[in-house]
Design a binder for this molecule. Sequence first.
Ligand SMILES: Cc1cc2nc3c(=O)[nH]c(=O)nc-3n(C[C@H](O)[C@H](O)[C@H](O)COP(=O)(O)OP(=O)(O)OC[C@H]3O[C@@H](n4cnc5c(N)ncnc54)[C@H](O)[C@@H]3O)c2cc1C
Length: 439
Amino acid sequence: MRNFSGLLENEGRSFSNWGLSRTTTPAVYAEPISYADVQAVVGNPDRFPTPVNPVGSLASVTATIVNDGGTMLCMRKLDDIISLETDVKGRRIVRVQAGCRLKKLNLWLQAREMELPFQAEIGEATVGSVAVGDTKESSLDGPGYFSAHVVALTYVDESGQLRTISDHADGAAFHEFKCSFGLSGVVVECQLEVRAATLCRSDTSIAGFASADDLAAGLLRAREQCDALLAIVFLNNLAAFLDQRFRAGPGSMTPAASQPACEEFRLAKRLAIQHGFEGVEVPQPTGLIYSRADFVNEYWRPSPTERRLDFQYYEHDISRLREVVVETFNFAKSFQERTGYAPNGWATYFVHRPGNGRKPYGLYSGEAGISFSFDPFCSNPAEPRWQRFSKEYNDLAIKRLGGRVSPIQTQWLRPGDVSIPAKLARPRFTTPYYKQFLG
Ligand SMILES: Cc1cc2nc3c(=O)[nH]c(=O)nc-3n(C[C@H](O)[C@H](O)[C@H](O)COP(=O)(O)OP(=O)(O)OC[C@H]3O[C@@H](n4cnc5c(N)ncnc54)[C@H](O)[C@@H]3O)c2cc1C
């Protein structure tokens, strides 16, 4: 039996996610400070009741963190960035512990003139969560989801053993592990492929459209004009904020010539995201050249009375963009007429799917191609009409429009809406929330 040296609480405290929309009361809360601590927790079901659910920053919106009566294993103190190396395949990699936040990692790499191709706005998310979970962002090059850049990882399996798997040594089994949401084991360390840092140029604008059809065509046109597009669509007003991104050559630091406009834009965008785009204005700079690492943000933990982002995630193939936008517009208008409520907007990311079995299950699985997300968001997760909207929209987006969804980023899912292969799930790690999705 191993000793456990980290922080342990078993006095009935409850824990909530970032948006305060999900709360759980585990029997034991544990914060390991070494890999041996993680092994001690997993290997001792008497002291650390089953299921063991690893968490990072609790920034997920769904019930993925809910584990009443089980063990919440918070990885946030295992956050060292260990080294930049060249792996056996000759790739430049960074070796980092699972509890490291993405902002910390981005700044560390930026100081060494390196970068991850995935640079979403969320700086709080931890490496371990996004290595085996779902993410999205409109990347300039390469797939726009984090786990695509993970080439090896070390985890603690259900018997408490430390294991390392990689794309070159384990092939399909490795890619399957990255679709496991922590059900196959607790990730303690990752190796991520990195590249020389690059700069980005953004032209931003707000566009108005005559119809939903027109809006869909406008999004496709805006995407074709640039190297990557992020759009915030104000669907009920037939308008969109467009961030058209262009490659701007090598470089790791935002040039002085882009300041202070760049910092003003970043702070306004960060506040808009924090507040779910309620009561905030975002400037529309053009020709801004910057390091995307600077736009990875940290968000303060909101109070229950504060405006705060909440969202739903849906992935579709780009060939269905027109249908998705038009059908969603019709649905949202009819919902607004019935209830007086409309979401604040829809975040639209474009993600390259690599194909070749590199993502065997869930989001971005299937053949190579381009996906887009059409994600409604709001500024109050507790608003009953938002919750009702999300539940009804699940039926349209999943069943009629064929959208793929995520157990950590799409709320109110029912059995059948998403399927996680049962072979990926070990009983020691499987919470009731995840059990309902095993197929
Ligand atoms: C304000 C805000 C903005 C956001 N913006 C974006 C965005 O732009 N793009 C995007 O993709 N997402 C975004 N998100 C969602 C967020 O990135 C994901 O939900 C992410 O997974 C959260 O990471 P976390 O460390 O907080 O995970 P947690 O919520 O703590 O954990 C979620 C799940 O991850 C798994 N897990 C965690 N750690 C481990 C581990 N060490 N080993 C195995 N499994 C583990 C478990 O299943 C756990 O239940 C945003 C969220 C917020 C609140």
